[in-house]
Each structure stands twice: as C-alpha cells, then as structure tokens.
Design a binder for this molecule. Structure first.
Ligand SMILES: Cc1cc2nc3c(=O)[nH]c(=O)nc-3n(C[C@H](O)[C@H](O)[C@H](O)COP(=O)(O)OP(=O)(O)OC[C@H]3O[C@@H](n4cnc5c(N)ncnc54)[C@H](O)[C@@H]3O)c2cc1C
Length: 393
C-alpha cells in the first residue's frame, strides 16, 4: 500500500520505518524545513525503549544519552533542598538498563537517519485538502508536489494536528487544557556552580529546570501555571516568559538575561487530546494528534511509538484497512485512557502552588527510595511497556 504520513516527528518516523519493513510504501511530509525542530528532554523507557530496540536504533540513542544519577532541587538562594536519586529509582523498579534521557532533537534525527535512504520525505510541506473516495485518498499540499492516490493517510502531525483539523474538525472539540505552559530553549551555561545532572527550582506555580547537555550548552525548561492564553506566537514568547518569571529566584534572572530575540523558544500549553474515534475511513491519527497525554504523564513519546508499532502490526495482520484501524484503536485506547486519567489527576500537583506544598513535595522526595514509596511512585507513572513480547512484524 502507498501510505502518506503527515509529520516527521517521533510517531511518524517510527511508523515510516515499520511500514517500509513490512513491504508498504510510506511517503512522509513535514511542515518544517528541517528534521531538528523543538528540543526538550524525553525520558525513554517502557514502550519507547522496546520499539526503539526492535527498530535497531538503541545503539545510536545510547550514544546521545544524557541520563543523570540524580535530580537536585534548589531553593531561591541556590541551596540544594532535596535530591531525587533517578538511577536508584529506576534500578529499584527493575528498569535501570532500559532507561535513557534524550534530547527530542536527537531522537528524531536518529529515527530519520534510519529511514532516510528508503523512504520519500518532503520537507516544507503541509496538507491543504484530503478527499476520500472508494479508490483511495487524494490530497492537496503546499510546498512540494505530491502525486497520485494514497491507500491510507496517517495524521502524525502532533498536538495541533493539521490532518485532524481537515478531517475531524477544530482542535477545541478535543482539547483539555491542564493549566500549564511549558517552554524549552538552549542557552550557553550561565554559571559554574551547577552540579552535573538536572537541577530544578520550584516556586509556587513555577518551575525552572536545567539540563546541562555539555559544559557549554544547557537546555532550560520553565513550566508555569496560567489560565489558557491560547497559542503564543514565537515573537512574543520572550516577553511572555519574562513577565511570568520576572521575580523567580535562583539563577532564573541570569537565564532570562542570556536570551535574545533570536533565541528559538519552544512554548506550548500542557493540553490533552481526547478524540472519540481515531480514524475515519482511510484516515487515521497516531501520537499526540490523537491522544496527547502531555509531559505531565512522561509517556507521550512512548504512546506515539506504541501507536505506530500497533498500527503497523495490524496492517500486516488484518485482512483489510478498516479492520486494521479498528484493531489498532481497540488495542491502544484502554492504555491511553489510563495514562491520560492519571496525568490529569496529578496535574494540579505537578508544580506545587504554595510554599507548604513545595515543602511537602521535597519531604516526599527524600523518602522516595523507601521500597513502598518507590513502588507507589512507579505505579503512578505507568512506565511498563505495552509492546508484546512476541512480534508480528
Ligand atoms: C517539555 C516536554 C517534555 C516531554 N517529556 C516526555 C518524556 O519524558 N517522555 C515521553 O514519552 N514524552 C515526553 N514528551 C511528549 C513527547 O515529546 C510527545 O508526546 C511526542 O513527541 C509525540 O510524538 P508525535 O509524533 O505525536 O508528535 P511530534 O513528535 O510533536 O511530531 C509532530 C511532527 O509533525 C510536524 N507537523 C506539525 N504540523 C504539520 C503539518 N501541518 N504538516 C506536516 N507536518 C506537521 C511537526 O513539525 C513535527 O515534526 C514531552 C513533551 C514536552 C513538551
């Protein structure tokens, strides 16, 4: 089958890889001009680990791993107030050999390299129309010439999916805002006083996290509570961040001072996507566009990769496209709903909104390596893989 995938992100590239392997002809389109779009840290564990392992890309991902021993929590004056022993925690959960911390850019670059020579990819291209008929799907696109009919169109174009908009209607029908904005950007290091690993400062309703990726380059991830202000255009992000973080302590002001109007800033809401159905005839959605669980779940990449894997398996095993799309959704939906429910229940506490709650959270972190607390924590995260031990592809 000739299958169009809109979106060269984590889910889209994973699907392209599997479709090619099982003998289909995937064609990928990507709105951006380059594969390396927004960067932020992703914990790669459970389903994402298993799918990457079966794709044979783990050695490449291990080479760009940024896993750290512990996460340190800093107060406004820079004093360490709690340590989260990340590696110890994953060891206690039996996952220390199956866990990587990756920059999203490295993940998509690795997935892209794996398909680059086998799959047609059109950058700077976005769909403007999708027309289904008895014979297949015809599309219109900006940017490059896409020719012929497709047997299936897959919307893997992220939380603000264009395919979803064209086929299933406006985003507002499916969006459930969880109360936070998330930003991510790279800066040169602004102080020498940071221990290696990840450092986080929390004040009521605001969190600033730093991942020192190298001696020179830091990835900064601020998260703040806010009413829904909608999409914030790139040219307004710096001033919005300055207004939300202007009185935040620790080294936040040095970080803000290091930004210039040219610094690319990723910024989005933490919003879950909940669709009643993930397909319509020969158009199907995977990943954030269908079922974004938000960063609060820590499972978005895992669900996008699991979705790609299940869809490929069902296309191989089911007798026809409709049966495959139904089976794909039936297998994945119960797990997605569990992850989304846990994330939305946890959302009000994701960034504590008072000094008392921050103190309680720091206290809980100090207890985390006690076995019952570790196992409670592990259960809350739903980190276990849903990829079956035996593979049909
Ligand atoms: C700060 C942060 C931390 C996170 N941490 C984790 C974590 O620890 N673990 C985890 O599992 N997940 C995490 N996630 C979530 C994870 O990154 C996403 O769930 C995952 O990337 C979803 O994959 P996707 O393929 O659906 O979408 P994406 O990876 O977002 O890819 C979508 C692609 O579609 C492209 N596109 C958009 N519009 C169009 C269009 N009109 N036409 C063509 N292409 C288009 C985009 O440019 C992009 O390349 C985190 C997210 C954030 C923001």
């Amino acid at each position: 089958m000739r299958i169009l995938i809109s979106g060269a992100g984590i889910g889209g590239l994973t699907l392209a890889n599997w479709l090619h392997k099982i003998g289909h002809t995937p064609v990928v389109i990507e709105k951006a001009d380059d594969i390396r779009t927004a960067g932020y840290m992703i914990d790669f564990v459970g389903s994402s680990w298993d799918v990457a392992n079966r794709m044979g890309v783990l050695p490449h991902l291990r080479a760009v791993n940024h896993s750290f021993e512990e996460m340190v929590f800093k107060d406004a004056a820079g004093k360490t107030v709690a340590h989260l022993p990340v590696q110890k925690l994953f060891r206690a959960l039996g996952m220390s050999d199956h866990y990587l911390t990756l920059d999203r850019r490295d993940v998509v670059e690795t997935l892209y390299r794996a398909i680059q020579s086998d799959v047609e990819v059109h950058f700077g291209t976005s769909l403007t129309g999708i027309c289904q008929s008895a014979h297949g799907v015809e599309v219109a696109a900006t940017g490059s010439q896409l020719e012929g009919m497709f047997d299936l169109v897959v919307g893997a174009d992220g939380i603000h999916s264009n395919v979803r908009q064209l086929v299933f209607g406006s985003e507002s029908q499916y969006a459930d805002y969880l109360g936070y904005y998330v930003a991510a950007f790279y800066i040169p290091h602004v102080t020498d006083s940071l221990e290696t690993g990840c450092a986080i400062h929390v004040e009521p309703g605001v969190q600033v996290g730093i991942y020192p990726l190298s001696d020179e380059r830091w990835l900064v991830i601020p998260i703040y509570k806010s009413t829904d202000e909608g999409h914030i255009p790139p040219d307004q992000r710096l001033s919005v961040l300055r207004s939300h973080l202007h009185d935040v302590g620790w080294i936040t002001q040095q970080i803000l001072d290091s930004l210039t109007p040219d610094t690319p800033i990723f910024m989005d809401t933490a919003t879950q996507i909940k669709m009643h159905q993930w397909s319509s005839n020969r158009v199907v959605m995977i990943g954030d566009g269908a079922y974004c669980p938000t960063l609060i779940s820590g499972q978005g990449a895992a669900l996008a990769m699991a979705g790609a894997y299940f869809l490929a398996e069902e296309l191989k095993q089911s007798g026809n496209v409709q049966a495959a799309l139904t089976r794909y959704e039936k297998r994945l939906r119960p797990h997605v709903e569990k992850v989304q429910t846990k994330a939305s229940r946890f959302a009000p506490n994701f960034v504590p909104d008072s000094q008392l709650r921050i103190a309680i959270t720091n206290w809980a972190i100090r207890l985390i390596d006690l076995p019952p607390v570790t196992h409670f924590f592990g259960k809350q995260l739903s980190l276990q893989s849903i990829i079956p031990a035996t593979s049909a592809i």
